[in-house]
Design a protein around this ligand. Structure first.
Ligand code: MV4
Length: 512
């Protein structure tokens, strides 16, 4: 493999470019008009324009992307995540065009695309799934019959689903007919397929997923789990590896189950098996994600294995040199820094990034697709960057993440930085007492909380400025002007405590 086209944008495009460079492979970026000056375009060896900003006219134009790869003389395509990464037809079209697809075979994508087919495959290979059906429900009466067998509550799910679309919790028989109709309608709208099946509803589980790597020579290993329970409306906000809820024995069992599913699907390349982990330590296979995931860096930091490099090497035919599954070392945590205002129901924020201070120091990794001058629009995902840390223990990883978030400054738009700081300060989060409902439950106290350190710092700075104003009033001003001449102005802004506190932190503490 000599040249790879990256059919994506933002941080993951940069991540792939970096892996290519380390392996001596040339890179070709693609871009929409919104991204003409984006970092991934500047970093790649070459770049090809796709079209106008909307994804449907740029990053989702598979045929155009394949033509661009051929014109550039690329011999492979890496799809990143999202966009075309899990489209069976695209994987097939890339292969049919004589290019290497850096991902699983189209057949493996297809095998995992239907949730009911994936369940059937899991059951056939002794992998636990949530009790339920594997065939589409005909009507409410049939659904009620199944629910009576497993006991309420149950969950109706779209067979073609994923991401929570077409899901309905049903707590009693009387709710069934309306819920089934709603789930079928939503499934038809989202996937063009109204097949809905039913499962027992698991209350308050964790979302734990297993990273696997499979080569083209029959070797498949687990790289352990990621804990992804801190999410809101199916958008993950914080991920970590390992999971505070997973023992070495449980890791072995879940890893073995994930490898069985992957092997049964004829899987190759990097993939992830999603599980629900119940409070009683039972785990249930949900689905397999047939792509590199946003949160892959936490696995890289605890295993020392470069997953994106291995994606490229596996696609090039190399054998995995690891003879067994890999155990984690230390603790890694990732915060997805998004352009959202957590104090305003995560309202997306847009604008030009005016200033960035990137955290650094021991154990800190910053995977970002934006920089000063980047325009953040509503065309794409609001994730600006991933802040990832490693430390020997979970408590030290949390302290390090807090320190790194504290160093981070992004000016020009609202970001999730303060939300993430509040989570790091939360006692339940610190105890690892999280599940998939935790964030929704905890949000009021998280965003309502005062920022203890920032308030104290703001008060300290205010006191210093007032003292300086008093001093200046008592001392004659030097003829050439004094550097603290602006102190009275700043002090006058005191009534606006919140914005002022932020400015005071950023300007006075940092740049003075
Ligand atoms: C479940 C469940 C509880 N019980 N299945 C959400 C999306 C899809 N991947 C499966 N999902 C769930 N399936 C049963 N039988 C709860 C969820 C769920 C969830 C799962 C993982 C991560 C976040 C979630 C948020 C809400 C619901």
């Amino acid at each position: 493999m000599r040249k790879v086209l990256i059919a994506n944008r933002g941080e993951i495009a940069l991540r792939v470019i970096r892996a290519c460079r380390e392996l001596g492979i040339a890179s070709v970026a693609v871009f929409s008009d919104a991204d003409a000056r984006a970092p991934h375009v500047r970093e790649a060896d070459e770049a090809v324009r796709l079209g106008p900003p909307p994804s449907g006219e740029s990053y989702l134009r598979g045929e155009l992307i394949i033509a661009a790869a051929q014109a550039a003389g690329a011999d492979a395509i890496h799809p990143g995540y999202g966009f075309l990464s899990e489209r069976e037809w695209f994987a097939r079209a890339v292969r049919d065009a004589g290019l290497i697809w850096i991902g699983p075979p189209a057949e493996a994508i297809a095998a995992m695309g239907s949730k009911t087919a994936a369940r059937t495959l899991a059951v056939a290979h002794d992998v636990p799934v949530v009790p339920g059906t594997t065939t589409p429900l005909r009507d409410a009466a049939e659904a009620q019959g199944v629910a009576a067998e497993y006991g309420y509550p149950v969950l109706l799910k779209a067979a073609a689903g994923g991401g929570g679309k077409g899901m309905r919790v049903v707590r009693e028989p009387a709710e069934m007919a309306a819920a089934l109709e709603a789930a079928q309608r939503e499934a038809m709208n989202a996937f063009g397929d109204d097949a809905v099946y039913v499962e027992k509803y698991i209350e308050g589980p964790r979302h734990v997923e297993i990273q696997v790597l499979a080569d083209a020579h029959g070797r498949c290993i687990s790289l352990g789990e990621r804990e992804c329970s801190v999410q809101r409306r199916h958008q993950k906000m914080i991920e970590e590896a390992p999971s505070p809820a997973v023992s070495a024995d449980l890791r072995r069992a879940m890893g073995a189950a994930a490898v069985r599913v992957a092997k049964a699907a004829g899987y190759q390349n990097a993939g992830t098996c999603e599980f629900l982990l119940a409070a009683d330590e039972r785990f249930y296979f949900l689905e397999m994600n047939t792509r590199i995931q946003v949160e892959h860096p936490v696995t890289e930091l605890v295993t020392g294995i470069d997953l994106v490099q291995w994606q490229l090497r596996i696609a090039g035919g190399e054998r995995l040199p690891f003879t067994s599954s890999i155990d984690p070392r230390g603790w890694a945590m990732e915060c997805r820094i998004t352009s959202e205002d957590a104090s305003n129901d995560f309202l997306p924020s847009t604008g030009r990034i005016e200033y960035v201070r990137i955290p650094g120091g021991p154990g800190v990794r910053w995977d970002s697709g934006v920089g000063v001058g980047s325009e953040v629009t509503l065309f794409y995902d609001p994730m600006l960057a991933k802040l990832i840390v490693w430390a020997p223990t979970r408590a030290e990883a949390i302290a390090r993440m807090h320190r790194a978030l504290d160093e981070l400054t992004i000016q020009g738009l609202e970001t999730s930085r303060e939300f993430h700081l509040r989570v790091m300060e939360d006692d339940e989060f610190q105890r690892g007492a999280i599940d998939i409902q935790w964030l929704e439950r905890r949000l009021p106290s998280l965003v309502g909380a005062t920022a203890p350190r920032e308030q104290v710092e703001a008060a300290a700075i205010a006191a210093a400025l007032l003292a300086e104003r008093d001093r200046q009033r008592r001392t004659p001003r030097p003829a050439n002007g004094s550097p603290s001449a602006s102190a009275p102005d700043a002090a006058a802004a005191l009534p606006e405590l919140q914005p002022w506190a932020r400015l005071a932190r950023q300007r006075a503490l940092r740049d003075a």
